[in-house]
Design a protein around this ligand. Sequence first.
Ligand code: ADP
Ligand code: MG
Length: 700
Amino acid sequence: MRPALLNPLFAPVTSLSGVGPKQDKLLRYLLGRRETPRLVDLLLHLPVSVIDRRERPKIAEAVPGTVVTLEVTVDRHRPAPSGRSRAPHLVYASDETGDVVLTYFRAQPGYVEKLLPVGEKRYVSGTAQIFDGTLQMVHPDRVVDEAGFAKLSGIDPVYPLTEGLAIGSLRRAVAQALQKLPQLPEWISPEVLRRCSFPPLAEALNRVHVPVELTDILPEGPFWSRLAFDELLAGQLALALVRAQLRRPAGVRNAGDGHLRHKVIDALPYALTASQQAAAKAIADDLNQPVRMLRLLQGDVGSGKTVVALLAAAAAAEVGKQSALMAPTEILARQHIKTIAPLAEQAGLRAAILTGREKGKERRDILKRLESGEIDLLVGTHALIQDDVIFKTLALAIVDEQHRFGVRERLALTAKGEAVDVLVLSATPIPRTLVLTYFGDMDVSELREKPAGRQEIDTRAASASRLNEIIEGVGRALDGGKLVYWICPLVEESETVGHLTDAEQRSASLKDRFGDRVGLVHGKMKGAEKDRVMAQFAAGEIQLLVATTVVEVGVDVPAATIMVIENAERFGLSQLHQLRGRIGRGSEASTCILLYREPLGEIAAARLRVIRETTDGFRIAEEDLKLRGEGDVLGTRQSGMPGYRIARSEVHGQLITQARDEAMRILKDNPNLTGERGEALRCLLYLYERDEALPLIGAG
Ligand code: ADP
Ligand code: MG
């Protein structure tokens, strides 16, 4: 239960005056919420910059192009002539040094007269301009009298906005929300408060929303940092609570004697690499520990994570336990089962797939076999976490590309068994700080070397002006029996930006040229349709596959050796790397051609240079960090860290470890979050929506 203390902050924004259904919709969009945002969401929406209104020159001294606040006397009005709605309403005003014209377009009749009564003194604030030799202010941001001026803040916060939402109405809503801020207990320990010189929460919120100094809103400043620490602490505490659950009853082992693993290995047409062997062994050791496994298997695209995952599942099956492998997309799930099924069959391991596409009798059948323990490994998508998916004895949850899943989904899957071991697969080399914020403390296995026999990929960049030449080359490759990917950024005409080539158009023009040898796959297609095309490509019935980034992860057609990426300048570095990872998977040499539009921006040019120079995913991740900052590495957000609204890893990197240490200390001293500090910490978890970890306290 949420502490009642927090109720005012969880009131809907529509309870504020001036916030109606229209603002509700805009605010949902702005704050990224499906439901009506709460006051707390508004308060955690921080300004990006400020407008400084403290400059108070005389009219004669006002610098055009700057924001000034003028003290003027209103001399006369010249309302817009009726009928000519485009002419402005002008207000002539002055001080002892000169004149200024205040200009209003499309004003309601009478509105400006009331705002600026003739003969009275007013303070007007806005951007000064020179027009026709006279000082002008178009739509002053502020018009106040003496009393209003006393309350006027010299510095206005500027918020990220969305179209249709006026800054003024957002500011007014935030100001009201600040009024409703209850007195909350301090959850940060006195030592940390002192060491980091953090202000109290109320002060932090007030100063970022009502800045007194220009620097008050800086992320590295004390106010923002305090809020970032809160957010990080909430995250770390939630992760620590999850982790505290990870002990299982003594004597329970989730790996057997190795007989199934040997069979899988015997069925492999290749030898495991040294790092695959090491990872498989580390996992099996974890499975036999009395502490639950929380391990990240990190390996570049094509490094062979799937077979390691299969070996983990085989280990569990040796003691009669079940495993689940959850992938973020249908394509990925099918890809996994395609790799796994033949090996599993030879090893006598029963594997099945469950996604949104298995329906009716087929689905019921799978669920029945799962519940009675006739399936050892269930591969699938989100469909795996539905309520009616019941395992007999789920012991191992394997989650692929986990950063696409939230904590909620992770918990939902592990809740389907007791003391479930967790193995996370990731192709994106995740920097240490992000591992910490996202997964908490995890053990890490890395697949550093590529499977033997892989060829280097020859990567070249070419201007789109050479398109015809490239198409000629592709034609020769097709005649030579090669399989080619042709990647386009977007699907539909309506989404077309500038001269981006859309996949449908491109496939049509390539079909004109190469006929039936061309196929198309994109995200808007039905799953079955996608699979059919992919299968045709894998079988060589289609030789040229035009695709969007749906093939970005997991797709495995080792015979494909050529990839053309159109508008390569539009893709991020790790995305290019992931895409390119679809080729160079067999024993034949591969070529990747990056087609770019000119002019090429500096960063885009740098990206293309890096991708040409190396195929080392770890190096690419590092360069990516340099080019765009850590927050973006997982590709889930424009700025900030995934799942974090306030903390920024490039600014608050230091705070992450401090928050982690603090969370560890808390759980050691007060594992059930009792007493005053415990109550305070519960408030914190609710504020930052990490309360889903609370039911774990004292359970299991
Ligand atoms: P990823 O790490 O990208 O998920 P996969 O597990 O899909 O990589 O493996 C990529 C390809 O490499 C698959 O075709 C797989 O069969 C093959 N593979 C995996 N391990 C080895 C190995 N040790 N030697 C040769 N090929 C391998
Ligand atoms: Mg994979």
